[in-house]
Write a protein that binds this ligand. Structure first.
Ligand code: NAD
Ligand code: TYD
Length: 355
């Protein structure tokens, strides 16, 4: 692949993917991002130093822009990360999720179809549309249920999950109806560098460092299957190079943890790395009102990508979390820059937290 169009590359996973895709290769990357609150100016600044990289500000739902971009840049593949991605915000304001995740993806697919139909061989057969989705489309598991398979029926429970499920169905339909060479990946909860501190792990790190309450929803026993972002990005690259068109691949970290376990491991790492005499970060843990419709457990069975494409995660939860905490400690300027009035407003409205 010589030229990739990456959407949403100003966000957490997309920016990590761009760095990985450029390391040791001449791949040219065009990053199309709307620059919502979730993209960070310093992340974009870091990407802009890369050699074969270009940034375009815009919306995946803007068909005129997408048509022009595809015609001008003639990408060999599109990797669609762009999305509204936070469940709590989807509960507060579902419409943005429907606009970007459903309508935006539909518009992107439609323009991609016209572009792809106009390609000549061998570019046409080699073209790929990789759609990044989530395990949340499968709904919630009971304690003893087997982990999600690619064949598990969709049962989304939040507006976020429902919007991602809708997009996945459209991607599937474009393969079956038009033959567009699509592949969808459904991954579990990611963590690692450059994650916006509204998601559990970076929120807890940032709150703890500011000696603020660590909000845990409900009883803290909800389970997520944590995946280190670099492992996820390697999996996406593997799917891009070797994945079979029309297929979906589940990607997980084999690391099921309750939320309270996650928070305790973070606190113990901070007790070790940033000790404060006579103080345990765990004393900041605060149980708060549960999220409405809060899914109890997610778990991914990723045997398919392991067996068929030879990918497997390299980080354990403990090694990945240590790297993540160290990254946030070394990038305090990045964390502090997120602390805009809009972010403070979200914390105040959502948790009643005032810095
Ligand atoms: P993120 O919120 O950090 O970043 C999303 C990026 O998309 C931002 O830079 C934002 O500006 C951009 N964007 C939003 N709307 C856009 C639009 N209309 N047009 C162009 N750009 C737009 O998200 P993330 O955590 O990096 O997630 C990336 C993808 O992975 C998403 O599709 C998400 O659903 C999926 N996913 C994420 C996780 C996770 O744990 N973070 C887990 C499973 C799946
Ligand atoms: P989150 O990072 O928002 O990801 P998702 O909802 O997509 O899984 O949340 C991960 C888990 O942590 C989820 O069970 C909700 C819980 N959680 C809290 O307990 N407190 C918080 O402040 C947040 C943001 C999440």
């Amino acid at each position: 692949m010589e030229k990739l169009l990456v959407t949403g590359g100003g966000g957490f996973i997309g920016s990590n993917f761009i760095v990985l895709a450029q390391s040791g290769s001449n791949t040219k990357i065009i990053n199309l991002d709307k620059l919502t609150y979730a993209s960070h100016p310093q992340t974009l600044q870091a990407l802009s130093q890369l050699p074969n990289y270009q940034f375009v500000r815009g919306d995946i739902g803007d068909r005129i822009l997408i048509k022009q971009l595809l015609n001008d840049y003639q990408p060999d593949a599109i990797i669609n990360f762009a999305a509204e991605s936070h469940v709590d915000r989807s509960i507060a304001n579902p419409n943005d999720f429907i606009q970007t995740n459903v309508v935006g993806t539909a518009n992107l697919l439609e323009e991609t179809r016209f572009y792809w139909q106009g390609l000549n061989e061998p570019q046409k057969s080699a073209f790929r549309f990789i759609h990044i989705s989530t395990d949340e489309v499968y709904g919630s598991l009971g304690a003893d249920d087997p982990a999600f398979l690619e064949t598990t029926p969709y049962a989304p429970n939040s507006p976020y999950a429902a919007s991602k499920a809708s997009a996945d169905h459209l991607v599937r339909a474009y393969f079956h109806t038009y033959g567009l060479p699509t592949i969808t990946t459904n991954c579990s909860n990611n963590y690692g560098p450059y994650q916006f501190p509204e998601k559990l792990i970076p929120l807890i790190i940032s709150q703890a460092l500011n000696q603020q309450p660590l909000p845990i929803y409900g009883d803290g026993l909800n389970i997520r299957d944590w995946l280190y972002v670099a492992d996820h990005c390697r999996a996406i690259y593997t799917v891009l190079e070797q994945g079979k068109i029309g297929e979906t691949y589940n990607i997980g970290g084999n690391s099921e943890k309750t939320n309270i376990e996650v928070v305790k491991v973070i606190c113990n790492l901070l007790n070790e790395l940033v000790p404060k005499s006579g103080f345990d970060y765990q004393s900041l843990v605060t149980f708060v009102k549960d999220r409405p419709g809060h899914d109890r457990r997610y778990a991914i069975n990723c045997e398919k990508i392991k067996q068929e494409l030879g990918w497997q995660p390299q980080e354990t939860f403990n090694s990945g979390l240590r790297k993540t905490v160290q990254w946030y400690l070394q990038h305090q300027a990045w964390v502090n820059a997120v602390n805009t009035p809009a972010h403070q407003n979200w914390l105040a409205q959502h948790y009643g937290i005032r810095p």
